[in-house]
Design a protein around this ligand. Sequence first.
Ligand code: NAD
Ligand code: DAU
Length: 354
Amino acid sequence: MDKMKKHILITGGAGFIGSHLLHLFVNKYPEYLIVNADKLTYAGNLENLKEIENAPNYRFEKADITSNDEISELFKKYDFDGVIHLAAESHVDRSISNPMEFINTNIVGTVNLLNVARAHWNGNYEGKRFYHVSTDEVYGSLGDTGYFTESTAYDPRSPYSASKASSDHLVRAYFHTYGLPVVLSNCSNNYGPYQFPEKLLPLFIHNIRNRKPLPVYGKGENIRDWLYVGDHCEAIDTIFHKGTAGETYNIGGNNEWKNIDLIRLLCKVMDNKLGRKEGESEELITFVKDRAGHDMRYAIDASKVKKELGWEPKTDFPTGLEKTVDWYLTNKEWLESVTSGQYQKYYEDQYIKR
Ligand code: NAD
Ligand code: DAU
């Protein structure tokens, strides 16, 4: 195989953020060979990658990040210079009902990748990079004021966030102990096309369209900081190429919404798009039992990545939300397919439990 300028491994590329990142990298870097390693769990879908599947600089490999044999084989085959690691179990509610899967994938899988990269690079770290894509949930829950900065102490509260916190610590340990050239980012809630309809926005868009109840946890007073997925991918691109080894960068949208306010806005946008009378979708709002250990507020201080690397979000929220709603309404078949057939069990597991 001819060595292209860089060989990059992206894990979890068939998921929500990974598929957007692949679109960006495959189109922007024709001189890179980009390999997507994904186990194709319920959250991974090759339909998300249709537009780039035949690109000459793209390869798909079905692989499990927890398998030393499978990942070592890929490193031998492609001689990677860089890893951008996104593969994970990513849904908080599933981590509450099945924590072990999160421990295996998010912790064991990450350590396995670190070990294989370290063994393959064998101390020759020139031009090498291991990027761990992580979450703001590692910092715990905020009160009414304040922001998460890179020096906020970790205080994870769900099995999901504890597993991501653990993997962050291990990634940093490989930097300090073995000199592995790592970089990390911790990002707030992403929204956009190709998100599995277990997460708030795609689930509620799907339910509004089908006139099904909208299950709001607790009183809907929890606050999240929303970022358009394309902006997150641009931040990953910037940090991968320009970030300093050993550093962490917080990424956020500077866009806090109380859940209930966001849901009411979504209902308004949907009424308008679907030609329904104003207020019709709001009638579907149903307050249900709160999520166990539900973090109250997340808010990111993203000044470090802006100041040091020049990244800031570009997509204003009304535009991003409208673009997102339009995508799900236009791609009805995608939503139908991921809530039926092989995906139905996963969709219903989440939905019926409430
Ligand atoms: P997702 O659930 O949509 O996708 C995860 C992908 O990982 C899927 O394609 C799945 O098949 C793959 N995968 C799971 N287990 C695997 C394994 N053992 N081996 C190989 N592949 C496996 O997740 P997402 O929302 O795109 O999140 C991607 C990453 O970004 C995660 O690490 C998540 O913690 C992080 N993150 C997500 C958000 C968000 O709002 N979605 C915000 C901050 C950080
Ligand atoms: O902050 C980054 C994190 O954002 C990522 O690390 C996670 O992978 C991602 O799933 C997301 O976690 P959240 O738990 O914040 O996202 P979710 O879409 O599950 O929920 C958003 C908010 O909406 C949260 O306060 C819970 C609430 N909610 C969610 C669902 C699915 C409801 O009220 N009802 C619902 O049905």
